[in-house]
Design a protein around this ligand. Sequence first.
Ligand code: PBG
Length: 319
Amino acid sequence: MRRTEPLRALVRETRLEPGALILPLFLCPGEGVRKEIASMPGVFNLSVDEAVKEAEAAAALGIGGLLLFGLPETKDEEATGAWADDGIVQQGLRALKSSSAAKSLVVMADVCLCEYTSHGHCGIVKRKGGEYEVENDSSLGLLAKTAVSLAKAGADVVAPSDMMDGRVAAIRDALDAEELEQTPILSYAAKFASAFYGPFREAADSAPQFGDRRSYQMDGANVREAMREIDLDLAEGADMILMKPAMPYLDVIRAAREQFTAPIGAYQVSGEYSMLQAAFAKGWLEPQRAMLESLVSIRRAGAGFIVTYFAVEAAKVLG
Ligand code: PBG
């Protein structure tokens, strides 16, 4: 059954199609800006006009959707750029939603504060007895306000990635109160504190200025806790869940797929992309085959859709 490609295709158990791929975009101020991220070859900070072009190309390739992140003009303690009506992602959403690309793409907006806070943490930071602490409950209001602002600007889906407890319920309540009850929530329910987010923090300029994210993101050793996080988020009203990172956590994706019926996506994160790109640059791995193998492994583990910086390249190959 392995002798020819038609035979192999006939018995193939896992398939990849462009519609299952979500392309992340990093929006920045300006016009005509297309600035490559040093640690992520082929990934750019894009001004809104350039992002629209990128989205149109993605739509033409049959890609399923976009996930938007923003680099604001200025950062502050309240993450104003995250929820301001004229925030960079809000501007991008309005432009994208009025472009022809929007017809076939699901436009998702990441909900987090770390790109917009001066300290780079995903929530509000308070000083307690000489120590800094990321405060869970006081961050929920700003996260909900951010989600409402993004949904009003046109986001088809809001995707909270902050990992504060209770944020899905807070976001659901706030959306419903603003007559945005049709906006689904894709919760990054099981997001592990990972070294593989390194290049993203360069792309989004969101590295924490002090400490790390281990007080709110999950410990990579825990599968049962990941299931509990998913359970809680679904109970709070999450419509879909996102697992992250992907390749170092394929077993967790598999466990989630077996336990829950909700749609599950996985995020092939920046470090997974960069390490493959580095090996490609060295001539150590065959780019096309390694890219597709990495994506198939994530699908095989049980993810229905994949957020990946390879979305455009993979869609070109998959046709
Ligand atoms: C924001 C956020 C991060 C990523 C997605 N949303 C960074 C982080 O948690 O530090 C990482 C994505 C990637 O590495 O590609 N909280």
